[in-house]
Design a protein around this ligand. Structure first.
Ligand code: TIU
Length: 223
């Protein structure tokens, strides 16, 4: 029988097998966390996301130590913009649109400096990096294949932003049968009220599409 670990979470503890569990770190990119990128172009104060970095880094170290599959995601598009829906390109009247030049290169474009994951959370060789054009990590990516090849049934999820790409990914994963525990303090939003509401939605109704935990509980469970 598989080794079982116990994660303290809401609305209930979650038993998991580390060999069948992946840590998913969503979109911890310079484009969202640093000035001059996509997040700021949408009118956001990017400093609001900084609080997630240390908890996510501690969680990443614990996951690596426990031998979990670690999957990183990045939101972004092809340099020729052929995978950007016109509705996404036009929306929000951003100060700089996707593909426009900025201080970290072209906004939200693969291969540009701003598209890269922040230094504190750099992937290691062997850790899959999922480049996704949408908010969810399953849409138009190989994530489903990677998780099924790894015989994964449980996801620890963190990253930014709580109510956008983290939520969309957790909703997609839940419908695909994955048990998802969102690590609250390793997530952040440009809107703190949305962060709290987003977490509350996940665990309401008996855990309608997941569990909510924090980095201390997750690290303790992996120790
Ligand atoms: N990664 C992610 O959440 N993409 C976003 O566009 N989030 C915003 O909150 N804008």
């Amino acid at each position: 029988p598989a080794a079982r670990c116990r994660l303290e979470a809401e609305p209930s503890p979650l038993l998991f097998d580390p060999a069948a569990t992946a840590l998913m770190i969503i979109d911890m990119q310079r484009d969202f966390l640093e000035p001059g990128g996509f997040g700021e172009s949408l009118g956001n104060d990017v400093a609001l996301l900084a609080c997630a970095v240390e908890p996510a880094a501690a969680l990443l170290a614990a996951a690596r130590g426990a031998g979990l599959l670690v999957v990183h995601t990045r939101e972004g598009h092809r340099p020729d913009l052929s995978d950007v829906p016109p509705a996404k390109l036009a929306r929000g009247a951003p100060s700089a649109r996707i593909g426009d030049p900025g201080p970290m290169g072209r906004i939200l474009i693969r291969g540009e400096a701003g598209h890269d994951i922040i230094p504190a959370l750099q992937p290691r060789p062997g850790e899959p990096v999922i480049d996704k054009p949408g908010k969810g990590a399953f849409y138009a990516t190989a994530l489903a294949d990677i998780l099924s090849t790894g015989r994964i049934d449980t996801l620890l999820v963190c990253g930014v932003t709580t109510e956008v790409c983290v939520h969309t990914t957790v909703r997609e994963a839940n419908d695909r049968g994955y048990r998802c525990a969102v690590v609250a303090d390793a997530c952040a939003s440009y809107n703190p009220a949305f962060h709290l509401a987003g977490l509350a939605m996940i665990k309401a109704q008996g855990g309608i599409f997941g569990w909510v935990t924090d980095s201390a509980a997750a690290i303790a469970a992996l120790a």
